[in-house]
Unconditional design. Structure first.
Length: 219
């Protein structure tokens, strides 16, 4: 059974998510009212997935996400009422596996929790890509360091694969695009995780945009 921790400062929101999850036989192991409590409960209860609000007292969802993902295998999905939210982008950079709007339909919520618990990232929704594009473009408008050194050791083929991951392609689609076997494509992606110290595909997508392999707005 998938074990879920809820982190939101609004009791009504937590109650609604709990009801949806438990009706689908997913186990809600705890509820946190702020980011600090979320970190404590995540360490104590070791859930598979944390549904994390972005704006909370004491500690926001960004810092809580960073602390949880740096010290455990627990996956974090951030929750927001706005699709383009700088805090959400920060959470993705901090290790979140994706984000959901709070008004998500129950079947989509359940699907998202199961996808993340299985080790995948919530990259299919176009909103996630729009979010990453918007804030990487914003950061590039102002001078600042770019993590180009992170990809310096990649082979040309690995850079190609990273670019395609950044565009949202699955392993099977990458294999088709580069005329590779599915196993070879999967191996290249696994090497990217290792070389770039990336937790999941969400972080690979962010890196692909930040390093310029994928240009915001480009298809």
């Amino acid at each position: 059974m998938i074990r879920v921790l809820l982190a939101d400062d609004q009791e009504l929101v937590r109650a609604g998510f709990r009801l949806i999850l438990e009706l689908a036989d997913l186990e809600v192991v705890g509820e946190a009212r702020d980011g600090a409590e979320a970190v404590e409960l995540a360490r104590e209860l070791d859930p598979d997935v944390v549904l994390m609000d972005v704006r909370m007292p004491r500690m926001d969802g960004l810092e809580a996400t960073r602390r949880i993902t740096q010290t455990s295998d627990t996956r974090v999905v951030v929750l927001t009422t706005f699709e383009l939210d700088e805090y959400v982008f920060g959470a993705l950079r901090a290790g979140a596996s994706g984000f959901l709007l709070k008004d998500i339909d129950p079947p989509d919520l359940l699907s998202a929790v199961r996808v993340v618990a299985a080790g995948e990232a919530l990259l299919a929704p176009r909103l996630t890509r729009r979010l990453i594009e918007a804030f990487v473009a914003q950061e590039r408008a102002a001078p600042g360091p770019r993590p180009d050194g992170a990809i310096a050791e990649l082979t040309p083929r690995e850079r190609e694969v990273l670019m395609l991951v950044g565009r949202g392609l699955s392993n099977a689609e990458i294999a088709d695009e580069l005329v590779l076997s599915p196993l070879t494509a999967k191996t290249h992606v696994a090497r990217l995780f290792q070389k770039l110290d990336a937790r999941d595909r969400a972080q690979l997508v962010v890196l692909a945009y930040e390093t310029g392999l994928v240009i915001p707005g480009e298809r």
